[in-house]
Write a protein that binds this ligand. Structure first.
Ligand code: KIV
Length: 292
């Protein structure tokens, strides 16, 4: 059954944890959907994770639309969330609606996500008025990590925690159907979750949120070797398995172990003989280009 916004509210009400994960391409979309997750985020973390940038800031609308389309063509059950990249919604309500509309119409996303509260509240209202479901994202917001002093936990002082609480309430009032809480102290995230009607999805925010999200490549152990945040848990070492598989292939090619007979196509003997007769005796070097 296709996941829906009312279903997420029910899950929160019933205390059933919501499972969200990122995906950036068609095979990953198919695999995470088959695994039964509730929400698939085509996150702008794609900029770091699959496009090789140092932050999420360079992600463009064209890139996010293409990646979202690849994932949404594979996902049939989970709700697909298209992530609005930096500067695709900050300038005006009109640009936010146009760009969110692209993620939905061209990218096939069901809903969109944007970061921040404050100035983003008007954007949320504009998108919701246009009939677009919006997930909020507060705490550590990677698009503005520079202003936050880097990739570090947010809301660790009473004042900052209180601001996060008010931001969450304002996002709910503006019409968000859920909010990501990133790198927020667990007790603060739990209180915010209790005080909202809409679900919260935590990343590095403890067990008291309505659900959890992780970056697919982090949990699979496909990382570039840079230190990972403390909240990342590896459920597999697929990066190592991939490297071993490619090394085994390279070794096979170099030692003539691949391809074997079962990997090749045959030709009937008489056809082969006719072919050899047609091209004549001698090596290829004996033939001039004109003969071809
Ligand atoms: O872009 C992303 O992957 C995200 C998640 C970390 C929530 O925003």
């Amino acid at each position: 059954m296709k996941a829906s916004i009312p279903m997420l509210r029910e899950m929160k009400r019933d205390g059933r944890p919501i499972v969200m994960i990122t995906a950036y391409d068609h095979p990953s979309g198919r695999i995470v959907d088959a695994a039964g997750v509730d929400l698939v985020l085509v996150g702008d973390s794609a900029a770091n994770v699959v496009l090789g940038h140092g932050s999420t800031v360079p992600a463009t609308m064209d890139e996010m639309t293409m990646l979202t389309a690849a994932v949404s063509r594979a996902v049939t059950n989970a709700l697909v969330i298209g992530d609005l990249p930096f500067m695709s919604y900050q300038v005006s309500d009109a640009e936010a609606v146009t760009n969110a509309g692209r993620l939905i119409k061209e990218g096939g996303a069901d809903v969109v996500k944007l970061e921040g509260a404050g100035p983003s509240l008007d954007r949320v209202r504009a998108l919701v008025s246009a009939g677009i479901g919006v997930m909020g994202h507060i705490g550590l917001t990677p698009q503005t990590a520079t202003s936050l002093g880097g990739h570090k936990a947010q809301g660790r002082q009473a004042g900052a925690a209180t601001r996060l609480f008010h931001d969450a309430v304002a996002l709910e009032q503006a019409g968000c159907f859920a909010i990501v809480l990133e790198a927020v102290p667990a007790p603060v995230a739990a209180v915010i979750t209790d005080r909202l009607a809409i679900p919260t999805i935590g990343i590095g925010s403890g067990p008291g949120t309505s659900g959890q999200v992780l970056v697919l490549h982090d949990l699979l152990g496909i990382s570039d070797g840079s230190p990972q945040p403390r909240f990342v848990k590896h459920y597999a070492e697929i990066g190592e398995a991939m490297a071993n598989a490619v090394a085994a292939y390279a070794q096979d090619v170099r030692t003539h172990g691949y391809p074997a007979a079962e990997h090749t196509y045959s030709i009937p003997d008489d056809e082969l003989e006719a072919f050899e007769a047609a091209i004549g005796a001698g090596s290829i070097e004996d033939n001039t280009l004109a003969d071809w």
